[in-house]
Design a protein around this ligand. Sequence first.
Ligand code: PEP
Ligand code: MG
Length: 325
Amino acid sequence: RAAQAAAIRHRPAVTRDGQRRCVAANMQGLQDLDAILDSGAEEVGLFRTEFLFMNRAEPPDEAEQFALYRQAVERLDGRSLTIRTLDVGADKPVPYLGRPAETNPSLGWRGLRYCLDSPDLFQTQLRAVLRASALGPVRLMFPMVSTLDEMLAARKALDAARRGLDEAGIAYDPKLPVGLMIEVPSAVEIAEHLARHADFFSIGTNDLTQYLLACDRDNPRVQHLLDPLHPAVLRAIDRTVGAARRAGIRVAVCGGMAGDPRALPVLIGLGVEELSLSPSRIPELKLDLAQFDTGRCENLAQGLLSLATSAEVRKEIEAFLAARS
Ligand code: PEP
Ligand code: MG
């Protein structure tokens, strides 16, 4: 099966009924690019840039960030690169930023919240991303959006970065697609409003599950509750996809759920258009995808939305997979 997956990995990802889906890779740094290019990934759906800021003494400046994004764009050779702005805080510490200790770091000053309060740091990154967008297909994505005002403020910061580059005569892609992570329950609830100010959504199921179930993703005592196949998470994905469709924007899933073979027919059935995952799983995912019929996945997913527990969801999925084989 591994050999079969390897053999088809550079082919387009299609379901059994011939529907295309985008299969993308998650990335933390340039060191991942060999594996990504070898995996058959069609693009990079999530570049977690906070790793560029970790394990060093000061933040990378604009020149360093630009050089890095540029290398990624060049090596991806026409495949799109979705750059997520710094998602610092909680499980991603960056000591030199001098951030105060927090009682509830997951609910604290993290992600976009921190960037909006750190305008110099944010402008530096936005300018570097914009400059890279002149060299190939780049998308920009904001993490941890919980209110519409944050999204509008982030877009304003981006406009300011654009003006700065205009004044200096520096090139960038004026049509750079701008999206956000849907990973906070409030963002799901107001998804139709956020969609009016976004070119795409990417659902972060790691944090979305953590926040929906009030369950720390790093606390071993509560791991059994942290289940992305909980009906509450499935309903949240369903509503997000619905809002995205009505607004005519694309929706991806980039959390760990995107790499789970059990979740795959569910995400396809819910209408997710792009899956972004660890490159090591991409060849097998393409092979799995080719066995699923979209209509049957839709029936499965619709049935799951009215269930009460993760156990019931898993049972239905097992039955679905058994009937397929
Ligand atoms: C997520 O929360 O699902 C996600 C993709 O972001 P991260 O795991 O980097 O928080
Ligand atoms: Mg997250």
